[in-house]
Design a protein around this ligand. Structure first.
Ligand code: COA
Length: 322
């Protein structure tokens, strides 16, 4: 039976949920730091030094980006859309208030299953993975989890304190039931610290508002704590981790968290240099990069950890392979 405590450990003694396919998509247009200096009082040096970002990709709707990522993930998993039992789309920037992005995605893919969107801001993808794992424990076989966000539509391009940070993208995985209990999701953790909700907000019709310094401070703290909790739940330690796939918000946040976890920085997969902060899609984008570079291989222990507005936080520990 599913264990419902938090952090949550494995499914049943005989079943786990494993990732069988992964696909990504990036915003259509490259915007470099230099491009931003043409309209903002900023510099390439400042942006790189304070965030680690050199360029970001913007453009494309959530539907376009999620469809591209989902098709790649399904192809890699060798799963037909009609074989899916559920589609979960994590997004805080849906194309419309309703219908959900996931309903249009279901139609686009010609899938025949339930579909819903989930908003946990930049932690959304990992929240989605956790919900999907629980559905597999409840009897489903194959679930598509997508993280997609188009924050460029909610960015004030005249505000240098936020405009330099964000980008658009999507990432998707197929999660499948496996009877190889050595592989798949080992443990998950979900957290919410609503007392910090006002640190990072976006009202209807408005733009992203952020208290950057405090977000930074809290982000490091919750990332470390969530990571420690999923590791402890699986009976593992930071030294056991092969690859950390952190939310891609700021290189200095990742450096601080890795240092506090005593995990060498080289074990962190980063793509923010060329993507900026792509919210729900940042973890699958960094996961894809780690797989492509050969950092993640069969049996690698992968720690995904996300944080975001809310303040939300989520982590999942995965033994790679099926
Ligand atoms: N270019 C040049 N100068 C800038 C600037 C920019 N793009 N943005 C801000 N500044 C200025 C500030 O106005 C400030 O000037 P002042 O000292 O004259 O007041 C100075 O740079 C320092 O600003 P500060 O906010 O203290 O910088 P910082 O080192 O904290 O870096 C962030 C700012 C936003 C990069 C950093 O705080 C951060 O990344 N926070 C987390 C944000 C985040 O992750 N959000 C998403 C969560 S999912």
């Amino acid at each position: 039976m599913t264990i419902t405590t938090n952090p949550q450990t494995s499914l049943t003694p005989t079943t786990r949920a494993a990732i069988s396919g992964l696909g990504t998509a990036r915003g259509h247009k490259v915007v470099t730091n230099h491009d931003l200096t043409l309209t903002l009082d900023t510099s390439d040096e400042w942006i790189i030094e304070r965030s680690g970002i050199r360029e970001r990709r913007i453009g494309g709707s959530c539907l376009e980006l999620s469809t591209e990522a989902a098709r790649k993930a399904l192809t890699q998993a060798q799963v037909q859309p009609q074989e899916l039992d559920l589609i979960i789309c994590a997004t805080c920037t849906p194309d419309q208030v309703f219908p959900a992005v996931s309903n249009r995605l279901q139609n686009e893919l010609e899938a025949n299953c339930g579909a819903f969107d989930l908003n946990a801001a930049c932690s959304g993808f990992t929240y989605g993975v956790t919900v999907a794992e629980a559905q597999i424990a409840a009897g489903m076989e194959r679930i598509l989890v997508v993280g997609v966000d188009t924050l460029s539509r909610f960015t004030d391009w005249n505000d240098r304190s936020t405009a330099v940070l964000f980008g658009d993208g999507a990432g998707a995985i197929v999660l499948e039931r496996t009877h190889n209990t050595q592989k798949g999701i080992l443990s998950t953790f979900l957290g919410s610290e609503g007392r910090f909700a006002d640190l990072l907000t976006c009202d209807f019709g408005g733009y992203i508002q952020m208290e950057g310094k405090e977000v930074f401070r809290q982000a490091v703290r919750v990332m470390v704590s969530a990571s420690q909790q999923v590791l402890a739940a699986a009976g593992l330690t930071p030294q056991d981790v092969d690859v950390v796939v952190p939310h891609q918000a700021n290189m200095r946040i990742i450096e601080s968290a890795m240092k506090r976890l005593s995990i060498p920085l080289q074990k962190a997969s980063t793509v923010l240099e060329t993507t900026g902060n792509t919210s729900s899609s940042s973890i699958p984008l960094a996961l894809d990069a780690a797989v492509s570079k050969g950092l993640i291989q069969d049996n690698s222990l992968v720690l995904m950890v996300g944080f975001g507005a809310g303040m939300s936080v989520a982590a999942a520990l995965v033994r790679w392979g099926q």
